[in-house]
Write a protein that binds this ligand. Structure first.
Ligand SMILES: [Zn+2]
Length: 230
């Protein structure tokens, strides 16, 4: 496994007020329970938000890394629309080495989440023990999750997230800033007054619909495919 060179040092992971504002603009809605910024654009803007494994309303939350940059999310949606997940799933069945390293990505995801839980003071969240996201450890159900993980962990941790990043290099690469015009920077950011918003978390638990992503194939429309929102 390669050195984890892309992971940010601890001090730059701390979300500032400005980061939270940018995240809300990137997503077009207020964010909540974001505890770290594990990946940033070369300009400093967030690419990925890390959400506490237990939300402040008590809901267990398995999707630790959430891709927020609109340029990357739409590029990854194009890959999904082009059927890349089906091809990856076929390969996971046919290539034991890939399956093994993908299981390793799952383990690494859980480990990273435990560390975030510790740093953020969430404590253990037994309800989601062993549960990662995106279809790991055996399937690919949301490429956005895998790409978010790859950006957070750095190259060499999530093989399929790394492949997806390579596949979007026509639209986004980590060495360049693509932020200009990627989200609305005028006016107020979406309000972070959470009182008007219901709980977000596991759709199965709180009954909220998953965010709409383009390109779900019929087999990817189950509740399990949902990428939970921070
Ligand atoms: Zn930028």
């Amino acid at each position: 496994m390669e050195a984890n060179t892309a992971a940010l040092p601890q001090e730059s992971r701390q979300p500032s007020e400005h980061d939270l504002d940018v995240l809300s603009r990137q997503l077009g809605r207020p964010v909540r329970d974001v505890v770290e910024i594990p990946a940033r654009c070369v300009c400093g803007n967030p690419l990925v938000a890390a959400t506490a494994p237990r939300l402040s309303n008590g809901t267990p939350f398995p999707t630790t890394f959430y891709l927020t940059h609109p340029v990357i999310t739409s590029a990854v949606s194009r890959l999904e629309a082009a059927g890349l997940m089906n091809r990856m799933n076929d390969r996971l069945s046919a290539e034991p080495d890939l399956a093994e390293s993908y299981r390793g990505a799952h383990e690494s995801y859980l480990q990273a989440r435990d560390q975030i839980a510790e740093r953020s003071g969430t404590g253990a969240v037994p309800e989601i023990a062993g549960v990662s996201a995106g279809g790991m450890p055996t399937r690919v159900k949301c490429l956005h999750v895998l790409v978010g993980h790859s950006l957070a962990a750095g190259p060499g941790v999530n093989p399929l997230g790394d492949e997806a990043l390579e596949a979007i290099s026509e639209w986004w690469t980590k060495d360049r800033c693509y932020c200009d015009g990627a989200w609305d920077t005028e006016g107020e950011a979406p309000s972070r007054d959470l009182s008007r918003h219901g709980p977000q978390g596991l759709p199965g638990i709180v009954g909220r619909p998953a965010p709409v992503r383009k390109s779900k194939t019929p087999e990817d429309t189950t509740a399990e495919t949902t990428e939970e929102r921070p």
